[in-house]
Design a protein around this ligand. Structure first.
Ligand code: CO
Length: 476
């Protein structure tokens, strides 16, 4: 695999982003350089792994760090910031004992042979909700692929408790929101002798759940997100799958039981959002994806966009020891990829939309989710490998052209789109990204004009914090 050597300073920036951090639970006003739009008022909540190490004991993978929730309160051109760890069982035990007690994505607790045999009968899955944070109804929740969502107080970020438990062992941290009903729709997975993957909905007020469809799968595929159009739920099964018994028997961490079978190709299934009925199945080229971008109907056709990797090497490349190696693989980028599902066809039509790498994709969700759209925003990397996430990109989803913001030694996080209140165009608004200035050794909230990707302002935090994965903005 080809690798590119990073300049020392870039490597230091990357290392700084993956150091273990302490929380900053005191709400602090940040100095702002530049000018924030006067209309920008509300709260940006973000979540992601913030601590990988206690007392010299470290987890293996980026995804295994403990959930750190960040809050940026924005009003009248001013920004207040704080962050706090979610007090999950996994976090409290890791903090007090310096050792993992529950199984994470790619790290397992040390167990004696006897404990391992016991755990086959009572698997101890983590409750560390380190992937996403969102406001759902009046609840503020932190999510991961764990069996439950945690609720926290949006003012103090203190953990309230478990918000709801998923119907199955796992669910994605990327639910969709139904604009009309306010319901949350998600995809779960049950591992066992009779495994299945299910779509379910959660009520915003009561948090009551209802299953929409259950699909029996002997060897379930890894699912990080799914697509949704006006009528359909889109279940994309890339051939990265597991024999569930291996999770119990192998003694290996969760994700290391999955195997890539490119010869099997990818299967895309449409499921009716209302009835749960299957609307069709299509075959496609193999590959892998974490994030769907958008989907919509065009007459009888369904169009699905996602960020596609050629293979599953990205999972390997995000082990902490790989990230810290000077040399990130060149060929580990994802690209915007489009499928067209035509009724009666066996295969999906598919093509790469843009040659610009993109991950952690966001769109103008409120206006354009489930509809044709023009722009996707995300984090990118150079074509020569080097530093991943060293730029913010905006891709024209029709033509594939890209506009880029970047700065030397700056590592960026997912850009969250916030529309201007009187927006006349899809991209009339700002992007908010938690970025790390490696040279100054501190993080900042970066505010870009989404129309041309120019910087409007930055609000500087006094030290470095990890950029994390995902977040959402709610207006005040
Ligand atoms: Co994600």
């Amino acid at each position: 695999m080809a690798t590119a050597t990073r300049p020392d300073q870039s490597q230091q920036t990357v290392n700084l982003a993956f150091e273990s951090h302490y929380d900053m639970p005191r709400r602090t006003e940040l100095p702002v350089r530049g000018e924030l739009p006067t209309w920008l008022a509300g709260q940006l909540l973000r979540n992601g792994p913030g601590r990988w190490k206690f007392d010299g004991s470290e987890v293996n993978h980026w995804f295994d760090g403990m959930s750190l929730v960040h809050s940026f309160d924005i009003a009248d051109g001013r920004v207040h910031y704080m962050n706090r760890f979610i007090e999950s069982r996994a976090y409290k035990q890791f903090r007090s004992s310096g050792e993992l007690s529950l199984s994470e994505f790619a790290s397992d607790p040390c167990r004696t042979r006897f404990q391992r045999i016991q755990s086959v009968f009572r698997p101890q899955v983590t409750d560390n909700p380190a992937i996403n944070a969102m406001k759902f109804g009046e609840h503020h929740i932190a999510l991961s692929e764990t069996p439950m969502a945690y609720e926290f107080d949006p003012t103090t970020l203190e953990t309230v408790g478990v918000a709801y438990e998923n119907p199955d062992t796992f669910a994605t941290a990327h639910p969709h929101l139904d604009g009309a009903s306010g319901e949350l729709l998600n995809l779960s997975c049950k591992f066992g002798p009779r495994s299945s993957q299910s779509f379910f909905r959660v009520q915003p007020d009561t948090l009551a759940q209802m299953r929409i469809a259950r699909l029996k799968r002997q060897h379930p595929t890894y699912q990080h997100s799914f697509g949704m159009s006006g009528r359909w739920l889109i279940f994309t099964e890339f051939p990265f799958r597991v024999n569930p018994l291996d999770i119990l028997r192998s003694g290996r961490p969760f994700i290391e039981n999955f195997e890539f079978h490119p010869e099997e190709g990818t299967k895309i299934t449409l499921i009716d959002r209302e009835t749960g009925a299957i609307g069709g199945e299509w075959q496609a080229e193999p590959g892998f994806c974490f994030h769907h971008v958008n989907a919509w109907e065009e007459g009888e056709d369904v169009v699905v966009d996602l960020c596609r990797f050629e293979d599953v090497s990205i999972v390997e490349n995000l082990y902490l020891e790989k990230i810290r190696e000077a040399g990130y693989p060149e060929d580990s980028a994802a690209y915007l990829h489009r499928y067209r599902l035509k009724p009666g066809a066996e295969r999906a039509e598919e093509h790469r939309v843009s040659e610009e790498p993109i991950e952690l994709p966001r769109i103008n969700y409120k206006e354009n989710n489930c509809r044709p759209y023009s722009y996707v925003y995300g984090v990118g990397m150079g074509h020569d490998g080097g530093v991943p996430f060293d730029r913010l990109v905006k891709i024209d989803a029709t033509w594939g052209s890209a506009t880029i913001w970047r700065e030397d030694n700056c590592l960026v996080g997912e850009p969250v789109f916030v529309a201007a209140p009187d927006a006349k165009a899809e991209d009339d608004g700002v992007l908010l990204s938690l970025a790390l200035d490696g040279e100054a050794e501190r993080s900042m909230l970066l505010v870009l004009d989404a129309r041309d990707m120019t910087e409007l302002a930055r609000a500087e935090i006094s030290r470095a914090v990890p950029p994390g994965f995902h977040g959402n903005f709610s207006r005040s």
